[in-house]
Design a protein around this ligand. Structure first.
Ligand SMILES: Nc1ncnc2c1ncn2[C@@H]1O[C@H](COP(=O)(O)OP(=O)(O)OP(=O)(O)O)[C@@H](O)[C@H]1O
Ligand SMILES: [Mg+2]
Length: 235
């Protein structure tokens, strides 16, 4: 699915202040592309991912089309249903349910909709692929950061979404586990899925087709060459 964003703005409002975090963000991602998003902490990356996935509503006037669906004009419930069917979202802070085991967390979003034994099998396969099957019965607070991250990744992969929205999904992984996750995503990309990937990791950037940089709420495409000149790749 394509992603087409025009003039996406987001203002957080509290009783003390208004804070404009996204400022007229405009960009397009074609189906099957892998786009990386970089930018300093607090520049608005997570806010962008949450608005375009419909987790959060954007300011009036923002246009977000995913495939044929105008996300900006849909109700919260419609957005949730669309996300369930088409988007695999890997949260920066995992968002696992503390009262459920790792395996239950992987299956939970789909349990009301699909046959339980099919889901169980799929969850087990994914956990095996991500090397966390031995922790399947542990609760989230009994898991390490990297294990929780892998549970969150397995959950996002569960129903083969068209688009993966990944918010620093490899930040807590060791190099070999990170590479396995990247390989899984690469394979999914080759099958035609679209990937949006926020990262600070220059090794991850090698996997992507294009790079955008978020700077104080504004998004601009940057070339790989500029990045290498400005911020030499480690090693
Ligand atoms: N719910 C909220 N209410 C008010 N301000 C918020 C809220 N969520 C985030 N912010 C602020 O919006 C700005 C952008 O936050 P965001 O989480 O999008 O940044 P980020 O680029 O993802 O940062 P990081 O790299 O640290 O994850 C920050 O200044 C943050 O403090
Ligand atoms: Mg963030």
């Amino acid at each position: 699915m394509d992603i087409n964003v025009m003039n996406l703005s987001k203002t957080y409002e509290s009783n003390v202040e208004q804070k404009k975090v996204l400022d007229q963000v405009t960009f397009k991602v074609n189906k099957g592309e892998w786009v990386n998003i970089i930018g300093r902490s607090g520049s608005g990356k997570t806010t962008l991912l949450k608005c375009l996935s419909g987790i959060m509503s954007a300011d009036r006037g923002s246009i977000i089309n995913i495939g044929d669906l105008p996300i900006h004009s849909k109700s919260e419930e419609d957005r949730r249903e669309f996300r369930r069917q088409h988007i695999g979202y890997i949260y920066q802070d995992y968002q696992l349910f503390p009262a459920y085991t790792a395996k239950q967390n992987v299956m939970l979003p789909e349990l009301p909709y699909q046959n339980e034994s099919i889901l169980l099998k799929r969850a087990e396969e994914l956990m095996e692929q991500l090397n966390i099957e031995h922790r399947q019965d542990a609760l989230p607070n009994q898991l390490s950061g990297g294990e929780q991250q892998r549970v969150a990744i397995a959950r996002a992969l569960l129903n083969n979404p068209d688009i993966f929205v990944c918010d620093e999904p490899t930040g807590n992984l060791d190099r070999s586990t990170r590479d396995e996750v990247l390989q899984i995503l690469k394979q999914l990309q080759e099958e035609g899925r679209t990937i949006l990937f926020v990262t600070h990791d220059y090794d991850v950037i090698e996997y992507g087709d294009r790079i955008f940089e978020m700077d104080d709420g504004r998004l601009e495409e940057v070339s790989q060459k500029t990045l290498i000149i400005e911020k030499p790749i480690k090693n």
